[in-house]
Design a protein around this ligand. Sequence first.
Ligand SMILES: C[S@@+](CC[C@H](N)C(=O)[O-])C[C@H]1O[C@@H](n2cnc3c(N)ncnc32)[C@H](O)[C@@H]1O
Length: 269
Amino acid sequence: MSDGLLGAAILSAAELEAGLLAWREAVLGDPQARWDSRRDLAYWQHAAEHFEEYRQPIPHTIAAVQAQLRPAWSLLDVGAGTGRFTRPLAPFVRQITALDYSADMLAVLVAAGLPAHVRVWQRDFHAPDIPPHDAVLAAWALYRSPDLRADVERLWGLARHLLLVLEDNGLPSPHVAWKRRANPAPRLPYPRTALIAGILHERAQVSVLEIREQRVEEYPSLEALLARHKVDASQSGEFLAYLSPYLAQSGAGVRYTFEAVNTLVVAQR
Ligand SMILES: C[S@@+](CC[C@H](N)C(=O)[O-])C[C@H]1O[C@@H](n2cnc3c(N)ncnc32)[C@H](O)[C@@H]1O
């Protein structure tokens, strides 16, 4: 984990405005229109059950978040989803509120069984009745915010001591990059976390941590890898050539390894 404090990397006011505008255009230009809560909730209704199955473990990221918390604190996990953070962090704080507006995501969280000090709350984080907590975590929860500044300020307003915002570095994994090769997603001029840090730095002490996670997928055969990534036979040669730097033989099968970089904005009062 590298601990890069902003310092030189803080965006100027003009860069921040340009970055926020580009962010807004990217959110509103989403072909799936997930900024629309009805479309987003329909997505989660479909995806909730398999959400964690399709995600690799993120032990270093969870450890980095945990290291920021204090045992006496309450924690608000905004956009808690199926509880990827709520569950492992629960032993390290006095109380957690897992807040999410998707009943389907929360149903998966509740089904896993929770200790008594975890409160599950179905709410939009814009709702006016959310009480402040000692720490607030928003992990991959701002993807549909056209007004990023307003939403980051909203979360900061809910945090008595600490706001943690987690995003990835926006670079697709190799198989996703291959799928998008003809139509790559528009790149933001600045990383998402630089925008979030830029919004917060005048009111908070802000640092940005970079956390690397190794992703490993094991398959009994190349056919199984192709099937998992839904690549049809006519494109398999091209796909495997693109992925070859990341593939290795593993016993009788194949191992696909790549790195993901997550970034954690830590804002303290
Ligand atoms: C990508 S998932 C991340 C879940 C979890 N934080 C994790 O990292 O595994 C985003 C979650 O944010 C929730 N969400 C999106 N907009 C929200 C809003 N305005 N209020 C509350 N939850 C929201 C979605 O329902 C979804 O469960």
